[in-house]
Design a protein around this ligand. Structure first.
Ligand SMILES: C[S@@+](CC[C@H](N)C(=O)[O-])C[C@H]1O[C@@H](n2cnc3c(N)ncnc32)[C@H](O)[C@@H]1O
Length: 386
């Protein structure tokens, strides 16, 4: 089967590697925020296990020569929807448009919707119901330049919404980005993980979930469109059951988050409890500039050494001029001086980061340009050579 798997812009190569590892998928092509794959139907459950994917679509048609709304209508009308939509099911079109066209994405939705109704009427003699708020089936139509993609949404809501987040930090990181950063850090379950600016605990909790072997579909079950899944892919229900019935793996309290604001730390604790990882996480309300060297002193008690730090520092809004650079310099120095070997962080304050990082000659630095929300950002990976 052919799938379109989406992610936050810039993380495509990280997602592609994860998908190959999880499902032995072949990568067909990669574009901004999109990875097209070919995978066996029996491995669909493994694609859903992705921790970096936002949405997953089953490709129905791709046409490279679409210029007008008439072309959109013709391509969509030519699709046989019998196997995809039951006569009593409602549907909605979700469309996106990239490039220069003389019409809007709303026009695409309207025309494609009519084409689905006409196609179904012609083959089944039934007029399908449209339900824009809670459709049984969602058809995704994307026009990028002259390339039209028609796909069936297998996810209802982006998988970055994991469902356990009770407390929302005002500058919280998307869970999928947190997982992509853990991968960039080459952190592995069983290793200690330190987030010195943890906010609501996203990175620490996602690491802890991996350590316990808790799978994404099992904590984000509602995000999957179960109206289409079992009927089209009968093996999925069994695969899902098996995946989520697996007992959790034993782990240690070696996923540590620190925040200077006790309100955020309380939020992180609530989130960890809700995610079922409060037994393997530790959140501390402290200034991490002071706390980080102490963490290293406590390694014996933790029974692990902390060598990997992944975090998402403030980007400088509401900070005094000069304060952000000072904070970045101090946290990177204290992590280096405390023996951390790998430090990964994301920031949109790239000018300041670049200036500060010039002072860290001893580190090998890799950069990945990404978009965080709407902010052009960089994920930095520092390896301190020892
Ligand atoms: C962008 S937020 C992190 C959000 C977090 N990744 C999440 O998903 O919820 C940055 C956090 O750094 C914290 N912070 C800033 N300076 C700090 C310091 N010196 N020590 C510890 N935390 C600090 C702030 O309180 C803020 O919660």
């Amino acid at each position: 089967m052919k799938l379109l798997v989406t992610c936050d812009t810039g993380f495509e190569s990280v997602l592609a590697r994860e998908l190959v590892e999880l499902s032995e998928a072949s990568i067909v092509s990669v574009s901004s925020g999109r990875v097209f794959i070919e995978v066996g139907v029996d491995r669909l459950i493994d694609v859903l296990r992705s921790r970096i994917a936002n949405n997953i679509y089953n490709l129905i048609a791709v046409n490279e020569n679409v210029a007008t709304l008439d072309d959109v209508y013709r391509v969509v009308k030519g699709i046989d929807f019998n196997a995809l939509i039951e006569p009593n099911q409602s549907f909605a079109i979700r469309s996106e448009r990239m490039g220069v066209h003389s019409f809007t994405s709303m026009d695409i939705s309207r025309v494609a919707g009519q084409a689905v109704i006409d196609s179904y009427m012609q083959s089944q003699g039934v007029r399908l119901k449209v339900n824009l708020d809670e459709p049984d089936v969602e058809i995704y139509v994307e026009l990028n330049g002259s390339r039209l993609i028609v796909a069936l949404s297998l996810t209802r809501v982006s998988m970055h919404i994991r469902g356990y987040k009770v407390f929302a930090h005002p500058a919280g990181l998307k869970n999928t980005i947190a997982c992509a950063m853990l991968r960039i850090a080459r952190w592995r379950p069983g290793e200690g993980l330190y987030d010195p600016m943890c906010g609501g605990g996203t990175i620490t909790i996602e690491a802890a979930l991996q350590a316990k072997g808790v799978e994404v579909p099992c904590i984000a079950k509602k995000n999957i469109n179960w109206n289409v899944m079992p009927r089209l892919f009968p093996s999925i229900a069994k695969g899902f059951e098996k995946l989520c019935a697996r007992g959790v793996t034993e782990s240690e309290r070696i996923h540590v988050g620190v925040d200077i604001n006790p309100v955020f730390v309380e939020g992180a604790v609530v989130n960890a409890k809700s995610a079922g990882v409060d037994d393997v996480t530790l959140f501390v309300a402290r200034d991490s500039i002071e706390f980080t060297p102490k963490l290293k002193e406590l390694e014996k008690e933790f029974g692990t050494s902390f060598t990997i730090s992944v975090f998402n520092p403030p980007y400088g809004y509401r900070m005094k001029p000069g304060a952000l650079g000072k904070l970045y310099r101090r946290i990177l120095s204290v992590l280096r001086d405390s023996g951390f070997e790998t430090v990964v962080f994301i920031t949109s304050a790239t000018r300041i980061s670049e200036a500060i990082l010039r002072e860290f000659h001893e580190a090998e630095i890799e950069k990945l340009k990404v978009v965080h929300g709407t902010l052009p950002s960089i994920v930095y990976r520092l390896s301190f050579l020892r």
